[in-house]
Design a binder for this molecule. Structure first.
Ligand code: FAD
Length: 445
């Protein structure tokens, strides 16, 4: 049984913050969720406006583009006890696809917040600007209103027993340094980061270079190929130029240099004269409200650390924690597991190892990465490794391991993306896994 009931500040009301609030309350804590936007949903709260600085984040949080469809199927996407089923005849736009559009995910999150009565805990239009540790081991959280109607109300300071950081990490653009150094400064065309990409129309009839071929680069290059005259993708995994199934979409190795006459030269010597470059090069973790010097948590080449199991800084555990840092994962189920772990540790139901043991563990993890030649920026990159991690967190929480069908569906979808790059979301071969998924999920309907 929980022994401690704490007053907890949760920063952010995206998927991670919402499920963290639910798990904390279920455990007997008193969460307050700070959310600077006017609604819940985080990155799924589509914003048609892009940042004024097309290579920066500005005040725009969401990186979602108009045509975005999920890259996980509904069965795999949702929280464990709240299946992501289609809105049958409800207020939604009737998107019943297995890999639905972004509006459907927002609807799901809003429904989740209603179903578990979370809205009462969320302070909308309230931005956390500073989180400081007090001598008493509590946390002073300073926030201010982002409402234009708020008048001159100044910052508000409050003290909490613990802080759970859920501020999202697909917001601040990360640019490829090698490309930035290769003459791009004097290149005359238009440049933007995928954070600011919304719709393809502006690229009508143009020659566009897309840098990066992970999820956003893959989708955006196809979105633009529908209107552009040519799309050239510079992919780290490509060794020489290849034509794709689309007649106006090519794959190239990375960019060698950009020239003042508008040319873009690839590493295999091929060149194109382009009108625009879209950098789909990922994002940087950012915690502007945490003073690195004071709190001792840094972001070094996109490694947030030191963190025990990607959640707790050993020297401050468990009073501050981070939910949702891993990427290439089942985001929502992972947020739920991590949140349950944090809630259970804060209440005393679950024990953490000693600070020394956690510190050793983190050091060992980092040195293993280094020995494998794995750069720091991939510290939180999981892919298929996520299953081992999720099972480990589930075990800490006393929960069942993640269902086998979820794991199998993840791998089947990745394979399908390679086998059917043009229509992998609408044609699949994992039907045999669906009956198991439905058997498991219908008990929550
Ligand atoms: P966010 O959703 O980013 O929420 C963070 C919240 O914190 C925001 O509401 C923000 O306003 C708030 N906030 C930040 N700073 C402060 C502050 N100082 N004070 C107060 N509030 C603050 N995942 C999938 O599972 N499937 C997909 O198909 C998929 N596609 C994606 C496509 C794109 C383009 C992107 C960017 C992400 C995609 N993801 C996908 C990953 C997605 O980020 C996660 O699914 C998830 O929604 C992230 O939730 P989060 O709560 O961690 O962060």
């Amino acid at each position: 049984m929980p022994s401690r009931s704490l007053h907890v500040a949760v920063i952010g009301a995206g998927a991670a913050g919402l499920v963290a609030a639910r798990e904390l309350r279920r455990e007997g804590h008193w969460p307050v969720v700070f959310e600077r936007a006017a609604g819940v949903g985080g990155t799924w709260l589509y914003d048609p406006a892009a940042s004024a600085d097309l290579l920066g984040a500005g005040a725009v949080h969401s990186s979602v583009y108009a045509s975005l469809r999920t890259n996980l199927s509904r069965e795999c996407f949702g929280f464990s006890d709240f299946p992501f089923i289609a809105d049958e005849g409800g207020e939604g736009d009737g998107d019943r696809r297995r890999f639905p559009g972004h509006q459907e995910v927002l609807r799901y999150l809003q429904e989740f917040a209603r179903r578990f009565d979370l809205y009462g805990m969320v302070r909308l239009r309230t931005e956390v600007v500073s989180v400081r540790r007090e001598a008493s081991a509590s946390w002073r959280v300073t926030s201010h209103s982002t409402s234009e109607l708020a008048g001159s109300g100044g910052p508000v300071e409050e003290v909490f027993d613990a802080v759970v950081v859920c501020n999202g990490h697909f917001v601040t653009p990360r640019l490829n340094l090698a490309i930035l150094c290769a003459g791009i400064g004097s290149w005359p065309g238009k440049q933007m980061h995928s954070h600011s990409y919304r719709v393809p129309e502006a690229f009508h009839g143009q020659v566009v270079v897309v840098v990066g071929y992970a999820t956003s680069g893959f989708d955006i290059s196809r979105d633009i190929a529908g209107v552009a005259s040519e799309v050239h993708v510079a992919a780290a995994t490509c060794v020489e130029m290849q034509r794709t199934a689309r007649p106006n979409l090519w794959l190239h190795p990375m960019i060698e240099r950009a020239e003042a006459d508008g040319s873009v030269v690839f590493q295999d010597g091929n060149r194109v004269k382009a009108d625009a470059i879209i950098h789909c090069t990922g994002y940087k973790y950012s915690y502007p409200f945490l003073d690195e010097e004071v709190v001792g948590i840094s972001v070094d080449d996109n490694r947030v650390g030191p963190l025990y199991e990607h959640v707790f800084p050993p020297h401050l555990a468990p009073q501050i924690s981070f939910i949702g840092l891993p990427f290439r994962v089942y985001f929502f189920p992972l947020f739920e597991l991590q949140s349950n772990w944090v809630a259970g540790i804060l209440s005393g139901r679950i024990e953490l190892p000693s600070q020394e043991k956690m510190t050793e563990d983190v050091a060992e993890f980092y040195s293993k990465m280094e020995a494998r030649g794995c750069p720091k920026r991939l510290t939180h990159d999981f892919g298929a490794l996520q299953f081992e991690y999720e099972d480990w967190v589930a075990e800490q929480c006393g929960k069942d391991m993640m269902e086998g069908w979820r794991k199998a569906m993840y791998l089947a979808a990745r394979k399908n993306m390679v086998d059917r790059p043009e229509n992998w979301r609408d044609e699949w071969e994992d039907t045999h896994l669906l009956s198991q998924a439905y058997q498991d999920l219908t008990k929550y309907l």
